[in-house]
Write a protein that binds this ligand. Sequence first.
Ligand SMILES: [Zn+2]
Ligand SMILES: [Zn+2]
Length: 258
Amino acid sequence: MFIDSHCHLDRLKLEEFDNNLDNVVNAALAEQVNTLLCVSVTLEDFPAMAEQTAHYENVWLTCGAHPLNQGDEIDAEQLALLANNSRVIAIGETGLDYFYAPETKPVQLDSFRKHVRVANQLKKPLIIHTRDAQADTLAILREEQAENVGGILHCFTETWEMAEQAIAMGFYISFSGIVTFKNASALREVAKKVPADRFLIETDSPYLAPVPHRGKQNQPAYVVEVAKHLASIRGTSVAEIARQSSENFHRLFPQTKA
Ligand SMILES: [Zn+2]
Ligand SMILES: [Zn+2]
């Protein structure tokens, strides 16, 4: 059994699936991908996402605003209100992305800080998006005592040094289809080093389809390809990757254990 620890079900183009999200969830189940974490990227879209996925017992939610979706300043009270729901098991995705939007740094920093505070207030782990912002990401996590809740550095593409420091603060490192890309040899070295009790797998679907599905719309069923590549990188079996990553997910989110 596999867990897709990060997908955006409300961003899928459903035309490919007969306009029915059931077909996406069933395609995942057919590959034994039986738990999904559906990640929020704006507070405005959160209620619709929650409603769209309400009838799936195996789909859990996060609540937050992506660092690249910063329109107005984030309202921490609104975030806490929306996230105070038993189906919401984490806060995010939040974090810093200086690769795509260095000009929005101040807004990103403010939003990130507020997310960490709400996570501590609600005692829910964080889903962190971090790109080209290692020092600031780690600094905020430290200053705001994120180690009280821990969480996930999702779609990880940064250095081993960063992974190591985040792991020391109780974070998990999640690998996406990027580990299957030809030019990702540095990342594969990181994926080799992460301790067995600290890694997770994700699709980040509909984005970043793994090899051999490049160019297609990504979907949770494809997390199996991430697991296959991780197995060969780490010199273990796919079954062992599935077991370890699922165990890790349930340790971080005990309420998801059936
Ligand atoms: Zn992200
Ligand atoms: Zn995402």
